[in-house]
Design a protein around this ligand. Sequence first.
Ligand code: NDP
Ligand SMILES: N[C@@H](CC=O)C(=O)O
Ligand code: NA
Length: 428
Amino acid sequence: MKSVKVGLLGLGTVGTGVVRIVEGHQEDLSSQVGSPIVIEKVAVKNIEKTRSIDIERSKLTEDPWEVICDPEIDVIVEVMGGVDQTKEYILEALNRGKHIVTANKDLMALYGAEIMDVAREKQCDIFYEASVAGGIPIIRTLIEGFSSDRIMKIMGIVNGTTNYILSKMSQEGASYDDVLAEAQELGYAEADPTSDVEGLDAARKMAILGSLGFRTNVDLQDVAVRGITTVSKEDILYAKRMGYEIKLLGIAERQDDEYSISVEPTMVKHSHPIAAVSGVFNAVYVYGEAVGETMFYGPGAGEMPTATSIVADLVAVIKNQKLGVNGLRAIGPYKPKKLKDDEQVAYKNYLLLQVADKAGVLSKITQVFAEYDVSLESVVQSPNASMSDVEIIIVTHNASKAAMNKVLSHFESLDVIRKVKSVYRVEG
Ligand SMILES: NC(=O)C1=CN([C@@H]2O[C@H](COP(=O)(O)OP(=O)(O)OC[C@H]3O[C@@H](n4cnc5c(N)ncnc54)[C@H](OP(=O)(O)O)[C@@H]3O)[C@@H](O)[C@H]2O)C=CC1
Ligand SMILES: N[C@@H](CC=O)C(=O)O
Ligand code: NA
């Protein structure tokens, strides 16, 4: 029986898991695909590095081109990261008729459409399940499971590091800096954690999910991004008191047949299933017009969960080879991009205001909301902020960003409002 030969680019956290699964589950895998799967060559940065797995030294190279150009290799598994140089490797591999499996969200968020075009032209597969929510089969689900439905909304906790930080701050009152250091030690955070905490990692993943959900091409710059660096312990405490959990949510939504995609810290009602997703776990909530509510939960990163998705993609490539249908799944975005004007995107808002403790203050504030046609869901007064001030928490009904911006700029000229302490989107 002819074996399928795999070239691995990278043997770090994910690459090591791929070798473990291919070797450890070999019997089962080869029964499924009808051929043994062999890791033929592996590119690494430093060939002298001590590895936690046994791998023949003759298979290792420090030159990725050796893997890409090897005519024996059928499939390239790219788990080394990087964007521009890595794109070159992948395009050349496709040009040589090799199928690609990648975990690279940075690359797919920026160049996914272009790479898929080349893959289709070359009748090659490009699978990237591990790039979003590492161990959760969400890409497959959006492409295949929901092919019959119209996706109205995707809400994702797609960054484990920030969910870990927010959960620890909420559950243990831990400080932001301490928990970030812990997340780095545990290997959840990116090499530069700025992309985690500033929301960029989640934005890349939401560009991918938005493209799949709406079957259009969502670019990274189409995603409005706000990270978690300004979320205070006080915000988390107040949120809990009001029945919310603060989560860094990626939200891709269809409103009036136009799309908006964002990543921002959001107040999620405790009753919503995504509010219960804590620690480093990921979850993706998908609302389909026909199916209604669904949610997918699991590990978003880590050696074995991420490698599970990679090897499942590898199995899919080989099954397609047997059927002679490689390249047919690389259906690029086929719908025109209809982004909603950012100012017209509407949702509920939570505001924490520090105001003067005087008669008539509340009516002055509510008049401002009324002037811009923003209706209120609840108004709660909190214990004294100081001797002369009180804090007021307001939750609005759905209001456009334009209307909310008008409210907030009007507040600047209202002397009874000492400070707008926080503003958050509300979901659930
Ligand atoms: N870690 C995770 O949980 C997840 C990771 N991903 C994605 O998977 C990819 C890999 O991540 P991860 O395994 O964590 O990364 P690591 O940093 O652990 O591993 C990277 C690997 O690539 C090799 N490498 C890096 N640059 C080069 C180069 N120029 N030439 C040859 N080899 C090179 C490194 O070699 P050496 O070993 O010699 O240093 C290393 O083996 C990234 O795209 C990441 O975003 C996606 C989901 C989850
Ligand atoms: N840094 C990322 C790793 C997986 O993509 C995260 O925290 O989720
Ligand atoms: Na996934």
